[in-house]
Write a protein that binds this ligand. Structure first.
Ligand code: URA
Length: 211
């Protein structure tokens, strides 16, 4: 495990909410709300080092210097479909962010990820992209999505996942050493069906109620 390059966000509110999400008895409404809340808190943590500059402003009382974000603008890119569950939380924290979408599916014969949808902001190369995908399992589709974004010009990418398996982290670390990964938990392993253990089941089905 020590070979993994991964940032685990151990904030107590995130860990508590993740436990509620893992429970089999948690229904779609609560699952969706919890994911949005965790995504807000994770966005708060991953933007901790974003650069600031001072500007001069006028308050109702006086003029003063005050801080605003500077540096690259942000793009948020959910990987369809489950990534949509993390989108609103991030956008609530970074309302000026542009949003791109990437859809990947696994070809049943080659087992390779195939792009079926990609729509990105035109200035993708000038933005820091926060790619959101709740479950980093084998890492195949996430790594392919990151390659696709780079091929479209992305130069600065952060991958934000709710739960990861060590296997998936290794794949992304190897193929994209420049992409920092943030998560609320590094779980134990993948099972024979490709589910993260202990995990929380199929995130997309639980978000959208398609179980
Ligand atoms: N995708 C999910 O939604 N859950 C897993 O456990 C693995 C991949």
């Amino acid at each position: 495990m020590s070979d993994l390059k991964i940032n685990v966000i151990n904030h107590p509110l995130i860990q508590h909410k993740l436990t509620l999400m893992r429970k089999e008895t948690t229904g779609t409404k609560d699952f969706r709300e919890l994911l949005e809340e965790i995504s807000m808190l994770m966005a708060y943590e991953i933007t901790r080092d974003f650069p600031l500059k001072e500007i001069e402003i006028k308050t109702p009382v006086t003029t003063c210097k005050s801080k605003v974000l500077t540096g690259k603008k942000v793009g948020v890119v959910p990987i369809l479909r489950a990534g949509l569950g993390m989108l609103n939380g991030v956008v609530n924290m970074i309302p000026a962010a542009r949003v791109g979408h990437v859809g990947m599916y696994r070809d049943p014969e080659t087992l390779k990820p195939v792009e079926y949808y990609c729509k990105l902001p035109s200035d993708v190369s000038e933005r820091t992209l926060i790619v959101v995908d709740p479950m980093l399992a084998t890492g195949g589709s996430s790594a392919a999505a990151l390659s696709l974004l780079k091929a479209k010009g992305a130069k600065s990418i952060i991958l934000m996942c709710l739960v990861v398996a060590p296997e998936g982290v290794r794949v992304v670390n190897e193929e994209h050493p420049d992409v920092p990964i943030y998560t609320a938990s590094v779980d134990e392993c993948l099972n024979e069906h490709g589910y993260i253990v202990p995990g929380l089941g199929d995130a997309g089905d639980r978000i959208f109620g398609t179980l």
